[in-house]
Design a protein around this ligand. Structure first.
Ligand SMILES: [Zn+2]
Length: 198
């Protein structure tokens, strides 16, 4: 059966979401049809609000409501420490472990020559710039423990070590090849506490 045009469009849009296949998209679309108008509008409005109000921090590229993110404006963080992560979700995971009190730098990707991603396509130049301009003592490279994450760590070490700062990597114990985002809080806290020099 051909779905009505508006239904078909909703299924199409939902199936573009990560991890949502065509069947799940269809089930979600029928769910939207079933709920009362208020719920459906709240969902649509939440999507619009995120796109209108949330952007990226001009200093560390974490998500931000305004020019700077909540971590960068907080007076309680140690500005001599910068933890480099691949995505804002990794930052959230490290924050959950409540071990780390420094600032962050979100790369929004990893160096991956196969996919044509070089250091200039992610926020590497901005990190080097920050280390030059801010009073940074240590950069902790918390990229994932997979091939691209390790290669990115090696690249960053080479770029940052000549600037006379300490460059470290969280201790192993992180799932190898796994996503930092999914590591449990205790594992992350231990890995951050037991970081080693690169
Ligand atoms: Zn920030």
């Amino acid at each position: 059966m051909q779905l009505p045009e508006a239904m078909e469009r909703l299924v199409q849009e939902l199936s573009r979401l990560p991890g949502v296949g065509p069947k799940t998209a269809q089930r979600l679309a029928f769910h939207v049809l079933r709920v009362d108008r208020q719920r459906a509008e709240a969902l649509a409005q939440a999507v619009v609000d995120v796109k209108e109000r949330i952007g990226y921090c001009s200093r560390c590229y974490n998500i931000a409501e305004g020019e700077l993110c909540a971590i960068c404006v907080s007076g309680r963080r140690d500005p001599a420490l910068i933890c480099v992560v691949e995505s804002p979700l990794d930052l959230i995971a490290i924050e959950r472990s409540a071990e780390y009190q420094g600032l962050y730098h979100v790369l929004h990707g990893v160096i991956s020559p196969i996919d044509g991603v070089g250091p200039d396509q992610i926020h590497v130049p901005q990190l080097v710039e920050r280390v030059r301009e801010e009073r940074v003592a240590e950069v902790i490279i918390a990229t994932n423990a997979d091939i691209e994450g390790e290669a990115t760590a090696v690249y960053l070490h080479r770029a940052l070590a000549p600037l006379g700062i300490s460059v470290t990597r969280p201790a192993h114990g992180l799932p190898v090849g796994g996503d930092l985002e999914y590591a449990d809080e205790l594992t992350l806290a231990r890995a951050m506490a037991g970081r080693r020099s690169l």
